[in-house]
Design a protein. Structure first.
Length: 347
């Protein structure tokens, strides 16, 4: 299996995040991707390649062009207008309810105001290299996608930063551009075929859901921690099924705490049935391994062997499959878990 990897991710290297009313070392850090690279590089089943450059058009096809424009210069604008800061986070956030009964809000001129306009939470700091790293993750996803469109049965994009929390017009949740959504849109619009995005990250991919919620060409299916207790809290409920042409094209499976291998595989069955009924000809897997039993910020109980079984279950669909990395924060085991999942898929 070909693995697409770029060292551009090293450019996004924040030293702190703000989470649970504290500042601490980021759970999403460079060692995650480097551990995966280390493990897969030692396995002859995987062949590493570098991504090609795709430019900004695929990003703007999915995201508000203003988001790209902002992220291009936000860190340097902040240094110039506010002062030196290695990590940049919003001071406040725009919420439409602030302007209830008034005209629609508009993007402020100040960079501090712009931060709260385009970002939705505090754990996702901008650094000097964030934009370049995020562009590299998009190039990684699209290159992995092109491998499959060109005939490979499977491919793996080692994307970092991850992407599935980024909405059409907001970044957050460690995500800046939605790698999986950009890839899915590319397939759907260039081939005219249906695509399924299967999101197995512990955290619901609110961004991917929002982007495709009214579309029938891209099915979004997600297994995740119940949002009544799990980030992102406000989305990911079972009654969110799509709207308009996208009615019944969104399928959420909230999971209880301590869901183990057998229970997870059982929950995966209706998700895979949904993909078959949709008529998808390609699958994009948003691969989060934070469902692992010892993940530091999650509460499911999937094991390394459980990941292998999940990959094998998806392989039974017999569909071309693009796997794009999302979360997973037990760094010591992350490489082994990715390796097991991919071996399950390609066995």
């Amino acid at each position: 299996m070909k693995v697409v990897y770029t060292p551009a991710h090293l450019l996004h290297n924040p030293s702190v995040e703000i989470e649970k009313s504290t500042t601490h070392s980021p759970f999403e850090n460079i060692s995650r991707a480097e551990k995966i690279r280390e493990v897969l590089s030692a396995d002859t089943a995987f062949d590493f390649i570098s991504p090609t450059q795709w430019g900004t058009a695929p990003i703007n096809a999915v995201h508000d062009p203003g988001l790209l424009r902002f992220l291009t210069t936000a860190w340097s604008d902040y240094q110039r207008d506010v002062g030196a800061a290695p990590e940049v986070v919003p001071d406040m956030f725009y919420r439409p309810a602030q302007r209830r009964g008034m005209s629609q809000g508009q993007e402020p001129d100040s960079v501090t105001g712009k931060l709260g306009w385009w970002c939705f939470e505090t754990t996702t700091p901008l650094t000097s290299g964030t934009y370049e790293a995020a562009r590299g993750a998009v190039d990684t996803a699209l290159t992995a996608t092109q491998l499959v469109l060109s005939g490979d049965k499977y491919s793996y994009g080692l994307c970092r930063p991850p992407g599935h929390h980024a909405t059409s017009s907001l970044y957050g949740g460690y995500c800046f551009f939605n790698n999986a959504a950009i890839a899915a849109h590319h397939i759907a619009t260039t081939t005219g075929t249906k695509v399924a995005v299967l999101d197995v990250d512990y955290h619901h991919g609110n961004g991917t859901q929002e982007i495709f919620y009214d579309r029938e060409d891209v099915l979004y299916v997600s297994l995740h921690g119940d949002p009544n207790r799990a980030y992102p809290y406000y989305l990911g409920h079972a009654d969110e099924t799509g709207t308009g042409k996208g009615a019944r094209c969104n399928f959420n499976v909230p999971l209880p705490a301590r869901t183990d291998d057998d229970a997870y595989l059982l929950a995966l069955e209706p998700a895979l049935e949904k993909i078959i009924k949709h008529g998808a000809q390609t699958i994009i897997v948003s691969l989060g391994l934070d469902t692992f039993i010892t993940d530091p910020i999650c509460d499911l109980s999937v094991t390394t062997d459980g990941f292998r079984r999940c990959g094998s279950a998806i392989a039974q669909l017999g569909l071309p499959t693009i796997v794009l990395q999302e979360g997973g924060y037990d760094v010591a085991k992350l490489g082994d878990n990715v390796q097991a999942w991919l071996h399950g898929l390609s066995a």
